[in-house]
Design a protein around this ligand. Structure first.
Ligand code: WTA
Length: 637
């Protein structure tokens, strides 16, 4: 049976899904034949979920940048590959054609090589949303260096942790970054991070905001000077490094249940195939379309659906430096009209926050170029879904609700725009090749429809994570040991009468704040760094805009002064240790925490209290001291 690459009807989806389950290797080999491989694979798939190992397209040779850039040069060299909308609408935007992008990537790849970066080296990229961020990412991929992009909102301490974990000796950053009315001094944050990282050899600094920076001789170099050096070499080419399909492409750190973020590793071949396949199918991309994904490249959504997915499909990808609410809450709509955006892909948090401004900012905006809308990162509530549908899509654009994770590389559950049915608040059906199931606490499969449970996957797809950097055991324990033989997502879900999935949220100690993953243990560790804090416990609670807010219960024994000042100090500590995204929304000072006799904090109770529950706290019979609960309830914020 043959099927098209782009599935255009429910029947085509059903047939492809069936084929992908009955003959996964045949299915993915046919999909993978649409790419440029220097050498094709010897074997499509080797896998084992018990002693976790997965290999896709073994023996194949490729370079992902040849698929994202070079192969488009023959047919569409002058087509815009990347459009950049700066933070300030008064500043000039930039357009890079595929030819320009090729030129810039090759040039910066040579800069990296001149500075001693070799295949397999880890390069940390800490920048704002400027074209050079995408260029640096692709330049790493060009020479086979492993990029580790760190979101520009993370603190010096977070960067240092990631540099040490990956033993990254090279950094690409900029003097500063603009975000709304803020200017973030990136290079100075890097300087602080490097105090404990003497192994870092080179820091390449792009000029963006012209904020004063200190440059250390021999270590710190200006991007522009380095470009000049390769220009004097007569603009040599930079042939793409030949990579094995299973060579690492990048590391991206993400939060889990423990205090330490883990470096999720994706490899070249499978990741390329899957991000492209899902980009083309989920959004039903058509040649000539402009794709606007509002995520930051510092998160997986930016990696997969600003950079690799769209570019490998030859699309025009829009990169936006700013925020949705600056200079006003009409910014997204202005950008959509300015570039005649076809696909808009954003997070429910952004939609809810824009909803709060009412319809005013939409007045006078046409939005008639839009064809497809998408959401990602957190569950979307019904109200936000309808607002998006009516006010932005004007009722004529399908909305795709895409469920996936840093670890999955690309969308795993989503409707396909206009092709498979949508249902508000439901991610709906798995993509071809994705074998979802729900299990109960004991790992027993829950069959049938109208059921809920923990979301697992029983078979690998091409862009599943391969390992957590430097610690394969951790990868095994984290994802494959809760339910042996299954990949456990950490999410809970329900399946309706049609077999559609609705994600209900994390069932582990991970919070999802504004679509950002944050581990409760990480926030607790940060709070506990504050000198006066004895102990803390962090839980999530429902938040109208952010989806989840952070509620911290803190035992404080510092000199007791003004409570609000102490709160401010604690927030500052969290900002310094992790970054502003992890700042608790509420801090309640308590005398004790509810613990079991064995000393374990009963978070379940704290969660209920934070959610506003006053009577039904569940089983409290194992509590060591029930009186603390009463006291905490009385002091609830
Ligand atoms: C959540 C982001 C509901 C989920 C791509 C997941 C979602 C975590 C959705 C991964 C969605 C992502 N509906 N929840 N459409 N998409 N999530 O690694 O809890 O930053 O486990 O990847 O976000 O977050 P991550």
């Amino acid at each position: 049976m043959s099927y098209a690459y782009q599935l255009k009807s429910l029947e085509a989806y059903t047939a492809a899904y069936k084929k992908s389950i009955e003959d996964p290797e045949g299915f993915w080999a046919a999909i993978a034949s649409n790419f440029y491989w220097r050498k094709t694979w010897d074997k499509v798939l080797d896998w084992n979920f018990n002693d976790y190992e997965v290999k896709w397209f073994s023996g194949a040779k490729l370079n992902i940048t040849e698929n994202c850039i070079d192969r488009h040069l023959a047919t569409q060299a002058n087509k815009p590959a990347l459009i950049w909308e700066p933070n300030d609408p008064e500043e000039h935007h930039r357009v890079l054609t595929y030819k320009d992008l090729h030129f810039k990537v090759v040039q910066f790849a040579n800069v990296l090589k001149n500075n001693g970066v070799k295949k397999g080296d880890r390069v940390c990229i800490y920048m704002g949303m400027v074209p050079e961020l995408a260029i640096a990412v692709l330049a790493c991929a060009r020479i086979g260096a492993i990029h580790s992009v760190v979101f520009g909102g993370f603190s010096a301490q977070s960067i240092a942790d990631r540099l040490i974990d990956a033993n990254a000796a090279f950094i690409v950053t900029s003097d500063g970054a603009y975000r709304g009315n803020k200017e973030i001094p990136l290079k100075s944050v890097i300087d602080d991070a490097l105090i404990g990282c003497p192994f870092v050899k080179k820091v390449i600094v792009l000029t963006r905001t012209r904020i004063p920076v200190s440059m250390i001789k021999g270590r710190d170099l200006w991007w522009e000077d380095e470009i000049k050096k390769v220009e004097t070499m007569g603009n040599p080419d930079c042939p793409a490094e030949e990579m094995d399909a299973e060579d690492p492409l990048f590391i991206l750190y993400t939060s889990g249940s423990t205090g330490k973020p883990k470096g999720v590793v994706h490899t070249c071949g499978g990741y390329m195939v899957y991000t492209n396949y899902t980009f083309v199918n989920v959004f039903q991309y058509q040649p000539g379309w402009v794709h606007f994904c509002t995520a930051d490249i510092g998160w997986i959504t930016g990696h997969s659906y600003i950079v690799y997915g769209p570019l490998s499909a030859g699309a025009t990808t829009l990169l936006f430096e700013g925020v949705p609410t600056w200079p006003d809450a009409g910014r997204f709509w202005e950008v959509v009209d300015k570039y005649k955006v076809d696909i808009l892909y954003t997070a429910p948090t952004a939609i809810r926050s824009l909803m709060g401004f009412g319809e005013g900012p939409l007045h006078g905006k046409k939005l008639d170029s839009l064809k497809v809308l998408g959401t990602v990162g957190e569950p979307i509530n019904e109200e936000a879904w309808h607002w998006y549908n009516e006010n932005v899509g004007k009722g004529r654009c399908p909305i795709v609700d895409t469920w996936w994770q840093t670890e999955t590389g690309g969308c795993l559950i989503s409707n396909m725009a206009g092709v498979t049915p949508s249902k508000p608040t439901y991610a709906t059906l798995p993509m071809p090749g994705v074998q979802m199931l729900l299990v109960d606490e004991n790992g027993k499969e829950i069959e049938g429809n109208n059921v809920s449970g923990n979301l697992c996957i029983k078979f690998p797809w091409p862009s599943i994570l391969r390992t957590t950097y430097g610690d394969h055991e951790r990868c095994k324990t984290n994802y494959f040991s809760t339910y042996p033989g299954l990949y456990f997502t950490g999410d809970g879900a329900l399946r309706d009468e049609n077999g559609f999935y609705r994600i209900t949220g994390r069932v582990d100690d991970v919070l999802n704040v504004s679509g950002h993953r944050i581990g409760t243990a990480e926030v607790e560790n940060a709070i506990n760094m504050h000198a006066g804090v004895v102990e803390s416990a962090v839980v999530g609670y429902p938040h109208d805009i952010k989806g989840q807010g952070i509620y911290a219960y803190v035992i404080y024994q510092g000199t007791h002064g003004d409570e609000s000042l102490t709160r401010k100090d604690i927030l500052q500590t969290v900002t310094r240790i992790i970054g502003p995204i992890a700042k608790p929304d509420k801090i309640q000072f308590v005398a004790g925490l509810p613990k079991t006799r064995s000393g374990k904090i009963m978070r379940r109770i704290l969660r209920k209290i934070a959610e506003g529950e006053t009577t039904n706290l569940g089983d409290t019979s194992t509590l060591l001291d029930p009186s603390v609960v009463e006291e905490i309830m009385n002091g609830k914020l």
